[in-house]
Design a protein around this ligand. Structure first.
Ligand code: AOF
Ligand code: ZN
Length: 394
């Protein structure tokens, strides 16, 4: 797609447009993190830069952010003609679950459109070109990095045709998930477990192997600390061939239960992709976790580390067929958070060539300091109360 030059694209915006873009990103985050569609925010500006109306997308089947902003304007008796629409994602150009935003913006007489990220979703893309062809002043993409970060799980689905995978581990300092006798309740702190539940409430599916399902009899629900179920319950996916007993907790209240009778992570993800699952949380056990790591199908690691030692017992990740440190699977730490006595490490697969082991010999020159870990709050932690009840997860 041909667009305006990217370098300095943000700086070329009017200050009011840059502020409006920040606000559009804030609004987008009020939308649900789960679901098939991306989070999108939109602000309508008057010629003098004042915000006239705004909107965000509340999930598949509801109005897109641009349509929500136009509706919001009209509901307040504001004529959107001549306004500038500032959007986090390129307006869509397709009639899907709702009508094309390009046409809605044209019909409303919007004069200028600024967007952060081009829409890579082929069926929906082309909104910028359509608007330009109709004489609208269109500027974008102006902030691809921020735009991609906001919708990263959805982008994985659009670009790689599979859900984004977060692997969760909850271990002792020596990487164990249970004692030698199999007892495992509880290794991590209540704070860690509460955090893990807020993550569950924001994903589309939780995936475990049959081994874990049979041994631990988990319910795999997203719960508040008092045990009440969150409004959104992810799909509960059990991977493997063995049947679950009729009385398994997984048959109890919670998200839909799906069994995928395979040991191939790619097949699991293909099955879930066909159901428009965008973000899966793999919770174990060690065999399934190892299969996802070996297949290169983990995008993000959430490692909850408790200050506990066991010295024996199964570890979080099974055999990776690695016999030399040269072949270690290395990660890049993105964030660290303190959760009561525990630490949560959020990591992504290291990019090739960035984490070579230091060869023996004289000490290398001191490295430039790493950028500071991102600020709290922890990822996917409960957001501040949203203005709209259905988007507030707790
Ligand atoms: C959204 N919300 O605010 C915008 C989207 O499933 P549909 O028919 O609603 O279309 C979803 C696609 O539309 C989505 O994948 C993206 O490409 C585009 N833009 N989607 O859900 C929005 N602006
Ligand atoms: Zn749209």
């Amino acid at each position: 797609m041909a667009h305006e030059p990217r370098d300095g694209a943000l700086l070329a915006l009017a200050p009011a447009e840059r502020t409006a873009l920040d606000r559009a990103f804030e609004l987008a985050r009020l939308g649900p993190a789960h679901g098939p569609n991306p989070r999108v925010g939109c602000v309508l500006l008057a010629d003098d830069g004042t915000e006239l109306a705004s909107g965000f997308h509340r999930g598949a089947g509801t109005a897109h952010a641009e349509a929500a902003a136009l509706d919001n304007a009209r509901a307040h008796g504001i004529d959107p003609r001549g306004t500038t629409a500032v959007v986090t994602l390129e307006p869509c150009n397709h009639a899907g679950r709702t009508g094309p935003c390009s046409e809605a913006l044209l019909a409303a007489g919007v004069r200028r459109v600024v967007f952060a990220l081009a829409d890579p979703n082929a069926p929906a893309s082309g909104g910028a070109a359509r608007l330009r062809a109709a004489g609208v002043d269109v500027v974008g993409p102006v902030d691809e990095a921020r735009g991609r970060q906001l919708v990263r799980t959805w982008l994985t689905a659009v670009e790689q045709h599979r859900p984004f995978v977060t692997l969760k581990t909850a271990t002792t300092l020596d990487g164990r998930v249970a004692a030698a006798d199999g007892s495992s309740r509880w290794i991590t702190s209540p704070e860690s477990r509460a955090h893990a539940h807020t993550v569950r409430a924001q994903v589309d599916a939780i995936v475990v192997g049959t081994g874990t399902a049979l041994t631990d009899d988990p319910s795999l629900t997203a719960r508040a600390p008092d045990g009440t179920l969150h409004t959104h319950q992810p799909l509960r996916v059990v991977v493997g061939h063995r049947d679950l007993p009729a009385g398994a907790a997984l048959h109890g209240p919670g998200g839909e239960l799906v069994q995928v009778r395979t040991h191939d992570p790619a097949e699991v993800l293909a099955t879930l992709d066909a159901r428009e699952v965008r973000h899966v949380l793999v919770e174990g056990g060690p065999t399934l976790a190892a299969a996802f790591v070996r297949a290169g199908l983990v995008d993000e690691l959430h490692a909850y580390l408790a200050p506990v030692l066991l010295g024996a017992g199964p570890s979080a990740i099974g055999d990776l067929a690695i016999t030399s440190i040269d072949h270690a699977v290395r990660w890049e730490t993105l964030e660290t958070h303190r959760l009561g006595p525990d630490v949560l490490l959020v990591a992504a697969p290291a990019k090739p060539g960035t984490t070579k082991t230091v060869p023996p010999g004289p000490a290398p020159p001191a490295p430039t300091p790493a950028p500071p870990a991102r600020a709290t709050p922890p990822p996917e932690a409960p957001r501040p109360p949203a203005a709209h009840a259905e988007t507030h997860e707790s």
